[in-house]
Design a protein around this ligand. Sequence first.
Ligand code: M6R
Length: 608
Amino acid sequence: MCGIVGYIGMKEAAPVLLQGLEKLEYRGYDSAGIAVYQDDIFTIKTKGRLHDLKQKIEKMDTSIHGSVGIGHTRWATHGAPSDVNSHPHSSENGRISIVHNGIIENYMELKLFLQQEGRKFVSETDTEIVAQLFDYYYQGDLVDTMIKVIDKIRGAYALGVLCSEHPDEIVAVRKDSPLLVGIGQNENYIASDIPALLEYTRDYYLLEDNEIVLLKKDSIQLFDLNRNEIKKEIFHVTWDVSAAEKDGYDYFMMKEIMEQPEGLRKTILPRIKENEIQLDQIELTAEQVNNINRIHIVACGSAWHASIVGKYIIEKLSRIPVEVDLASEFRYRQPILQKNDLCIIVSQSGETADTLAALREAKKHGVRVLSIVNVVGSSIARESDDVIYTWAGPEIAVATTKGYSTQLSVMYLLALYFGKARKTITEQEMTDYIQKLKKVPDDVQKLLEFEDRIKVLAKQYAHSKDVFVIGRGIDYAAALEGSLKLKEISYIHSEAYAAGELKHGTISLIEYGTLVVAVATQQALFEKLISNIKEVKARGAKVVAIATEGSTSIEKVADEVFYIPKTSEMFTASATVVPMQLLSYYIAVERGCDVDKPRNLAKSVTVE
Ligand code: M6R
């Protein structure tokens, strides 16, 4: 949510900031702006996308010169997207300029205080209050001022600050919002995420909460809240720039759909050693697994959907009771957490605010936390007792695809690992599961071959008003993800239903021509699902089914069928989700939607 970039060095700052923002636009894209020091702080910002900002800059009579600056791409929280609410925000006297990601919870109270001190505000944002507060406390030293500001503000923030009296410095801090510091030669950077810096450097510091950084072109100083200078480990990015580029695809989402088999191979195969799952990275011993009383899986959005699949599989294969919670609910519902419980936190970004808060809630109760995370070194990864990384590579499209599928694959690994430790799976069953698990990436690859057929189907259904996705058991869990994909990128209303629930209300919404996607891979539930398909067909629905090879009787009731290769019923969600991802993608393209940047959304939801 919101992207921040800052540059200090020898180059012109504006192009570096704009290039960085381009790579961060997935974090928010309703307004953008930059501030560059040139004799004084010059700010230009606008409502709209980054290209609107670029056009505004091109239309200027003069060009922007200066080698220190900050930039921002916004996802609105306080105040609608507008020129005046866009970042950077300035203090009334123009001395301070600030970019901010997060929410200042006590901004009203601070605003009142500053108003009583005679300060006037122009925007509706919480960020402007921080700019004014910074100026209010400023007595000549940026780090000292930052410490005073942090003492007064409450909430989540990553802040980058320019001061006209310190044209050779940028000061920044983070709390509950990501911020990293890029290390260059005679130039340094701040950014919300790595892709913004990849072009310039691969070495960076990850700021922890309440760590302050003072950047000059040739030095980086890090401080704690007592102004003690601190030393930190330098991280090195190993993936190359092309991993964060579109590589000839029209959208990142399609590139990422296509990258799923590779991400799955990297996530699954190195963790299979002969007839065993080896999770070397985790310290959870077999004895601890045996003592687990209950598992709580906590996540948001698609990660929550992967968690629901996880519940079905872990319960089935290890007989450990599993509860799945939405992070935003878990953190406030006073969950009952006991000593031998295990909390599994699932997050692609590793920065989702509610998920991070849920992790902290679990730790507060003394519960061991194992996280499934894609972004190495992210907050969730760092704060967990154990981390299993999904090796999906950088995911840029707002709608997750490879992030979700690799999360599913870790659920499979964990279920087998737990099952083995608790002896709820026999050796023979283990051999069979492992053989099928190794095949999951190839199964997904096969489904990608349906692309052309799905393109045709997308044209046919692009103007649907409502789409329902139904399934039972694991197929229902997969339906939840398919339905979210469609609604978030195509804006078609869609709901996922446990097929047995249709008769309890939803079936009244089925009209002549309504599209129903039916997922039918669970053999014990197959006949029941066929009956549900007949029920919607009888009310005029068009049915696109996703079933397992050999289940040809479904052709008698469905209008169109996509077959997934035969596999364990535990692992079908990996394959069934693919046609739904492709259908959502092509429907969104057909409707002229911006697939990678759906309206009102942003990747990495770092606010509550
Ligand atoms: O980074 P996370 O996995 O924690 O993100 C969770 C959700 O915000 C995310 O899955 C969201 O629902 C996506 N838009 C789904 O495509």
